[in-house]
Design a protein around this ligand. Structure first.
Ligand code: XMP
Length: 319
């Protein structure tokens, strides 16, 4: 795509002009946006960039390993991976309010990030994979009167606190354009086409209290659901699909024994920008297959339900 090749060259020149010989730090989430931003900036300024990946224990199955393999292996970009599961789980203990969970995670993320920035002697610039819809959405989420539906997790507040300037090379782009740019930069299709994943991670897919045990249960159910979706060839037709773990136990029967276990919800939507979304209409046999596998293979789940709510009135994530 010649347009994206030109865009890439323009942005590389702009990044070099903005950054000079300064140091840039970039937080990776494992998602497409921050990855594309990091790879582009690395192409522009090489070793002046430090990438930090915070493992808050709220990641999907194998997510950390995939990010490590891609950055260190495929791109040879040095990556600082911070093991922060314990402090995130400790801070989330006992918290059930969705906004307080989000605020804690956002604040703790900033604290970890700040520590890592100090460890490398500080940075002059903070790189973020902010897209055009993020710019709009933070102005007014609903398009109506400005009201906060959810506190979105990003590193807002950090630049002023640490006296850093922002580098946001994707600010003019929509998601599909970022994906095209990612392909231009040699990112594998499998990575470029990944479904969006929220900064607060699995915490907002576990209504009620988040614990490591509940994250482990959810990770297993989610991996099975996504594997079924990939096997059915449906992954690319869906904007986002994931499992949620409900704070509800129900009675079931396995073999000839009574069970009393958690309910797992499945969500899948189509969308172009995440602002509105329609439910993905799986056929019943597909969902039955997922439910059977999840109940059989995931200890701690004995019932599976499908979420039929569009956005609006539902949001995509459950918190
Ligand atoms: P909602 O749940 O508000 O989500 O309909 C819309 C889109 O945004 C993602 N999302 C987030 N992404 N940080 C992010 O980076 C967040 O705090 C956050 N909350 C929601 C969500 O996954 C969906 O794609």
């Amino acid at each position: 795509d010649w347009t994206m090749a030109a865009y890439r060259d323009t942005k590389i020149a702009e990044i070099r002009a903005q950054v000079g010989d300064g140091k840039v730090i970039c937080g990776l989430s494992g998602g497409v946006d921050s990855s594309v931003a990091a790879i582009l900036i690395h192409e522009a300024i090489g070793a002046q960039l430090t990438c930090v990946f915070v493992d808050h224990g709220l990641l999907r199955q194998n997510e950390r390993e995939q990010v490590e393999a891609m950055f260190r292996g495929a791109y040879n970009i040095p990556l600082v991976v911070v093991d922060a599961e314990d402090r995130f789980m400790a801070g989330l203990a006992g918290e059930t309010d969705p906004e307080k969970k989000r605020k804690f995670i956002g604040g703790e993320f900033i604290a970890v990030f700040e520590e890592e920035a100090n460890r490398i002697g500080g940075a002059d610039f903070l790189a973020q994979g902010t897209l055009y819809p993020d710019v709009i959405e933070s102005v007014s989420f609903t398009g109506g009167p400005s009201v906060t539906i959810k506190s979105h997790h990003n590193v807002g507040g950090l630049p002023e606190r640490m006296n850093m300037e922002l580098v946001e090379p994707l600010r003019e782009l929509f998601k599909d354009e970022v994906r095209a740019l990612g392909r231009e930069l040699g990112l594998p299709d499998m990575f470029v086409g990944r479904h969006p994943f929220p900064g607060p991670g699995l915490a907002i897919r576990i209504p009620g209290e988040v614990t490591k045990e509940r994250c482990d249960i959810l990770r297993k159910a989610d991996a099975i659901y996504l594997e079924e979706i990939r096997n059915a060839g449906l992954y690319d037709a869906i904007w986002q699909a994931f499992a949620v773990l409900l704070p509800v136990k129900t009675v079931g029967v396995m073999g000839d024994a009574r069970t009393y276990d958690n309910v797992c919800g499945l969500r899948a939507v189509t969308s172009t920008d995440g602002m509105t979304a329609d439910v993905y209409p799986f056929d019943a046999a597909f969902l039955t297959g997922c439910a059977t596998r999840i109940v059989n293979e995931v200890q701690g789940v004995n019932r599976v339900v499908y979420d039929y709510t569009s956005k609006p009135p539902g949001t995509i994530e459950w918190e």
